[in-house]
Design a protein around this ligand. Sequence first.
Ligand SMILES: Cc1cc2nc3c(=O)[nH]c(=O)nc-3n(C[C@H](O)[C@H](O)[C@H](O)COP(=O)(O)OP(=O)(O)OC[C@H]3O[C@@H](n4cnc5c(N)ncnc54)[C@H](O)[C@@H]3O)c2cc1C
Length: 171
Amino acid sequence: MQSRENEHVFVVGDANGHEPVLHVAKEHGAIAASNIRSHVAGEPLEVYENTHHHVAFTGLGVLPFARVGHSVESAQKAGIEHISVTREAASDGVFKSKNVPAGLGRLVVGTDGTILGWQGLHYHADVMAKTMQIAVEMGLDVESVPDRAYHPTTPEILDGLFRAATEELRT
Ligand SMILES: Cc1cc2nc3c(=O)[nH]c(=O)nc-3n(C[C@H](O)[C@H](O)[C@H](O)COP(=O)(O)OP(=O)(O)OC[C@H]3O[C@@H](n4cnc5c(N)ncnc54)[C@H](O)[C@@H]3O)c2cc1C
């Protein structure tokens, strides 16, 4: 980000006080490098905007926390009409058979069906962040996501969330 006090100073990563997580720091770095070149050339600068996306190495990495897009709280704050559904990891046998039944996932969906956000605090939540980034950033309709559970795999927790949200929207 460009400093307000000195246009020649660009501050990236934790030092700028915005979203202190690693992948955001990396994105800041890439955009700042490009913006510095643009600044020298007298060209317009790119404003950094992102969809909220965090992956944290919680639970010694076995139970990571991942978030993409809106949480219930941020959707409420933004005044977006939405529903949310929650699924315990233990609801899917695969988590039990892998001996990692703790945790849960939550999906936030607009009342028009658009997938707005997801949070997972469970085994493999870090791996699922990419899938959910695609769903959120492409604004997919929850009913358009293929209901194809690969059994027995941990992403069945996502299928459970999509099904529950679809049912709730239809009632
Ligand atoms: C315990 C812990 C766990 C974390 N877990 C996660 C996680 O699970 N997921 C996630 O996304 N993020 C996590 N983070 C946050 C992530 O590490 C930071 O957001 C990221 O490292 C920020 O990158 P940066 O380049 O801004 O700063 P840094 O990675 O801190 O790099 C700054 C560098 O500047 C050097 N430096 C400082 N002062 C000077 C100086 N005067 N001269 C020269 N060099 C200097 C430092 O030594 C350091 O190497 C965690 C952070 C901590 C502390």
